[in-house]
Ligand binder design. Sequence first.
Ligand code: UD2
Ligand code: MN
Length: 317
Amino acid sequence: GLDQIQLLSPTKEDLPTCPKTSPFIGGPLKVSFPLDVTLDDIAQKNPLVQLGGHYQPPNCGALHHTAIIIPYWARRKHLHQLLYHLHPFLQRQQIHCTIYAVHQKNRARRLTQALPRDTKAKGGLSRTEMARITQMDNYTFNRGKLLNVGFKEDMKENNWQCLYFHDVDLIPKDDCNIYDCSAFPMHASVAIDKFQYELPYETYFGGVMALQPTHYLKINGFPNNYWGWGGEDDDIASRIFLNKMLISQPPAVFGRYHMMKHGHDRGNKANPKRFHLLSKTHLRWRYNRMNNLLYSLLSKEQTPLYTNLTMHFGIDY
Ligand code: UD2
Ligand code: MN
């Protein structure tokens, strides 16, 4: 309805809608990495980006309303490089968008502070509870959970029609990779240089994926129970198939990405339980989801180039 339109583009009612194909997009991109690029440099190069990493085309009403959600933990250089490339890319596509970094708080609380207050009264902790808390104290990375938080918090800010869940280290290499959504969930990063521009396996769904909110709700969000590296992307793909949707892809020549070099991060060791968890997706997808997602939002900062959401996980199962 009218309210919705106003929410999406507060002052743009009188503008003509943007053309279907933006006149500013080119073809393949030469990706280069300037040394020591600072956030100030990037902000200066992108004067039309508003506080919080928000953009809408100044002269026409955008056809696409996209939130970019980046799970993020201690990869500052990658984040800066991504912002450096992504902002101009999105502007050339005439997309109304906000970039969100969902940041997992590192060692926010000491182990004892993380315990529920009445722990002693209850006669100590069970083994599972203890294992869970130990895991929390390690601050193992949890991509699925961060993406769920990103969805929840971003939808509070705007009626986004498309959500891009975006690894921090992937740079798009072609302007024709349009950051909008299609009828099915989409896997955008189908051709990464690290994998010789091919899918490593057929149902591979890692890197950059785009879902409409209805897709996300249909699959009950993403799994919360994959701690550490691996598996959560396959779980999400399973959820999509279990809900009788397909995964769409851009043509491989457009879905090209460069992955910035990195090793395995501390706190994101390969998760040995991932294969077992994956064998249970068909049973668990209804229960392990956005609704039982426990977290506290520690801060929401609007920086010039992105909105930073810092969160701490609660204890959930
Ligand atoms: C693959 C997938 C990724 C995810 C992961 C398994 C590709 C291109 N990507 O990534 O989507 O399924 O496997 O979990 O196949 N991160 C941080 N800090 C950390 C650790 C991770 O910010 O300490 C974030 C960051 O956005 C990163 C993403 O999580 O890009 C995935 O982690 P990765 O890049 O270490 O793993 P990778 O490249 O194997
Ligand atoms: Mn990576």
